[in-house]
Write a protein that binds this ligand. Sequence first.
Ligand code: NAD
Length: 254
Amino acid sequence: MRLQGKVALITGSGSGIGKSSALRFAEEGALVVINDLDAAKGEETSAEIRAAGGESFFVRADVTKPEEVKAMTDEIVSRTGKIDVLFNNAGISGVGALHELEEDVWDRIMAINIKGVFLPSKYVLPHMMERRSGSIINMSSCIAEIGLARRASYAATKGAVLALTKSMQVDYASYGIRVNALLPGTILTPFVEDYLKKSYDDPEEAYRSLKTRQLSGDLGRPEDVAQAALFLASEESKFMMGSPLYIDGGVVFG
Ligand code: NAD
């Protein structure tokens, strides 16, 4: 059991990669706090963990709202006494070349994908600092390092998360806290299915074409990223600090 006795908070874990990571962390013994904006999906993930014999509860909070994030952190610490792992996973996609993009769409993606990493970190860090230990995993993307058509706003957020990760690591290393980033390629989740539907006349054809861009010949699955998140959460990655971890089927180097 790689996370026995640990308490892990995963933002946006009602769906996709977050959900898959929550199920995997619970299998390895963690008490997993599920967070999501969508209460029905979050409650469902948490109930699934409990039904399988694991420990979990759900806290609804919008990661862009400081008062909700603070209340969530306070509730977790009062119920469990600590937070060992924070996985800043919640995020949304953004499609559109910059000249077509409305300002409110830009503001929303910046808020969820960047401020949504800042706020949970801001409120969880003091508890980790007090206990002089913790692992923070920030969700970046391989798009931080490659150009993709009509994805500039999204790419900007994921580049920011990668830069944030490295500087956070410098600030908190002396407290025994590790901060690393995940850089997935294209992973088949509701987020990508939605992107394909909204962006292409023929989503099936778009899916086939996306597959040819991977050295692996197929898109990734949420479980592939969950396994990497588990590694960063656990002591097995104790010598990784401020590192980007690619799970991309070879899309960056192909
Ligand atoms: P998803 O849409 O399946 O899940 C995201 C979850 O975040 C949803 O349940 C949603 O309700 C929640 N959420 C959105 N806004 C929130 C908010 N303000 N507060 C709390 N929860 C909120 O998406 P996914 O594909 O699992 O993506 C998860 C993360 O992985 C995102 O940060 C995404 O950018 C990143 N990522 C995904 C891929 C991919 O190909 N799927 C690739 C690279 C990075």
